[in-house]
Design a protein around this ligand. Structure first.
Ligand code: NAD
Length: 497
């Protein structure tokens, strides 16, 4: 019988009572590798209640002890790095190298969480008025919840619960129902690291379970990563229910190619950034903006893309794996067809892609369009597949205007040898994460993941100092200690005396 993914409630891995099960499939073969239960209402209530109870103790645990939990967790994640990457590769189809990257970028966030004592330090000012001092503390919020997407089943859960827990909160994680085995392993290792009972809960399911978290009065904050329509729903519902919400959503990321860019480096970078992971990255480059004479490089970019071959996760020659599901594949095929129907020129067509030995996999080969205008759905929508769109402009100013008019603002990059062009681009572009000769500028965890506009709803972003702000409240104390018994009468003004 296929393995049923357990829930992790009140410190125990338990089989759900639910009769609603979602199959988890190997996307290269369609073999069902597990069943994920949609947690019952009683199970959701019990996870939230356990997290609420655990908070009362956990918030009193010394910050250095919370840091030590993260140190032990970091060591265990490193020790089990390849094992987690194997689970991840099997359920997502990512190549082993890419799966290792997914795990590693999560470990880096845990490393950052080990610095929690200095990250939660408050501020002090002596003598804000005569003999009066002010100081601030950061205190945890309570029970926080995280809802994560399929495309980074290690990194994105690790963006969330380690820092939230290190700040003194307890956490309910609802991972993607498409690849729940990796987050389950992450939870097991946190238990091995010594997390107290109830501090982390993992529940499974889909919309119904998410809506329970969004509306439950005992949840204080919601972190979400996923698509735009769901992100909008999460932000609206969560804030309507008076919760703090950060919602990271979809993207359309442009790379600007300047005539002084080093051509071979540019081509190598554009290939990896566009079709790597099958284009299923929120920071994937989906639009290449060729400036001036660089439009003549388009055929060479196409030829380089044509050499990339998808394959199974353990095929060392594979450039990327299958798409996550047959539905995801069909969605990408529909966009490619719409591009053709709307008059774009498909100069590389991956729709008939076949991978030997895996006839049932969700394969789409590298695909490239040119002659695209900004009204076409292949430009307006996030495709989330191995599809690169080439747009041709005459000047850097036109490239900047194009990107700033696109509603998404997750990531962008420029390839150039000119400091002046790079400086103008980084200053004028309305996108939250900018790469200069770096195609996928995902910040390291001591910064924050700072998507803008339609790619992010909220104000404090993931990891870094902003996440610490997101997961804590600031308390400011104003204190006076009387040295004598002199009474000067009541102070009837707002000023400190
Ligand atoms: P998704 O929005 O379909 O699902 C994300 C999560 O929301 C899952 O846990 C899912 O169970 C839940 N969910 C789905 N439909 C829901 C609904 N109607 N109501 C409540 N919850 C619901 O996203 P996905 O397909 O898993 O992930 C891919 C998307 O995530 C892409 O759009 C990608 O750009 C985005 N993404 C964004 C970032 C970022 O940082 N901006 C990072 C990674 C992925």
């Amino acid at each position: 019988m296929t393995q049923q993914i357990p829930l992790f409630i009140d410190g125990a891995f338990v089989q759900s009572e639910s009769t609603t099960l979602i199959p988890v499939t190997n996307p290269a073969t369609q073999e069902v590798i597990a069943q994920v239960p949609c947690a019952t209402d009683a199970e959701m209530e019990s996870a939230i209640a356990s997290a609420k109870e655990a908070f009362e103790d956990w918030k009193e645990v010394a910050v250095s002890e919370r840091a030590r939990l993260m140190l032990r967790y970091q060591a265990l994640l490193k020790e089990h790095h390849d094992e987690i990457a194997t689970i991840l590769a099997e359920e997502t189809g990512k190549t082993f190298e890419d799966a290792k990257g997914d795990v590693w970028r999560g470990i880096e966030v845990v490393e950052h969480a080990c610095n929690i004592p200095s990250l939660v330090m408050g501020e002090t000012v002596e003598n804000v008025a005569r003999k009066i001092d002010s100081y601030s503390y950061t205190q945890p919020l309570g029970v926080c919840a995280g809802i994560t997407p399929f495309n980074f089943p290690a990194m994105i859960p690790l963006w969330m619960f380690p820092l939230a827990i290190a700040c003194g909160n307890t956490f309910v994680l609802k991972p993607s129902e498409q690849d729940p085995k990796t987050p389950t392993r992450l939870a097991e290792l946190l238990v091995e690291a010594g997390v107290p009972k109830g501090v982390l809960q993992v529940v499974h399911g889909a919309k119904e379970q998410v809506d329970k978290l969004l509306t439950h009065p005992d949840i204080q904050a919601i972190s979400f990563v996923g698509s735009v329509p769901v992100g909008e729903h999460i932000y609206r519902t969560g804030t309507d229910n008076m919760k703090r919400v950060q919602a990271f959503a979809g993207a359309k990321n442009h790379m600007v190619v300047m005539p002084d860019a080093q051509k071979n480096q540019l081509i190598n970078n554009i290939v990896g950034a566009s079709v790597g992971a099958g284009g299923q990255r929120c920071m994937a480059i989906s639009v290449a903006v060729f400036v001036g004479e660089t439009r003549e490089w388009i055929p060479e970019v196409r030829d380089a893309l044509a050499k990339v071959r998808p394959g199974k996760w353990d095929d060392p020659e594979a450039g990327y794996g299958p798409l996550i599901s047959p539905q995801a594949k069909q969605r990408v095929l529909n966009y490619i067809q719409a591009g053709k129907d709307q008059g774009a020129e498909c100069i590389l067509d991956g729709t008939e892609c076949v991978v030997e030995g895996c006839p049932d996999g969700n394969w789409v080969g590298p695909t490239m369009f040119r002659g695209v205008n900004t009204d076409m759905t292949i430009y307006t929508d996030e495709i989330f597949g191995p599809v690169l769109i080439a747009i041709e402009v005459d000047t850097l100013e036109q490239a900047i205007e194009l990107i700033n008019e696109c509603p998404y603002g997750n990531g962008t990059s420029i390839f150039t040898a000119s400091g002046a062009a790079a400086r103008k681009f980084q200053h004028e572009i309305k996108v939250g994460q900018v790469g200069i000769n770096v195609p996928i500028p995902v910040p390291l965890p001591f910064f924050s993941f700072t998507g803008w506009r339609k790619s992010f709803y909220g104000d404090q972003h993931a990891y870094g100092k902003q996440a610490v702000k997101f997961y804590t409240e600031t308390k400011t104390v104003t204190a006076r200690w009387f040295e004598d018994d002199i009474h000067s009468g009541p102070n009837m003004s707002i000023n400190l005396k």
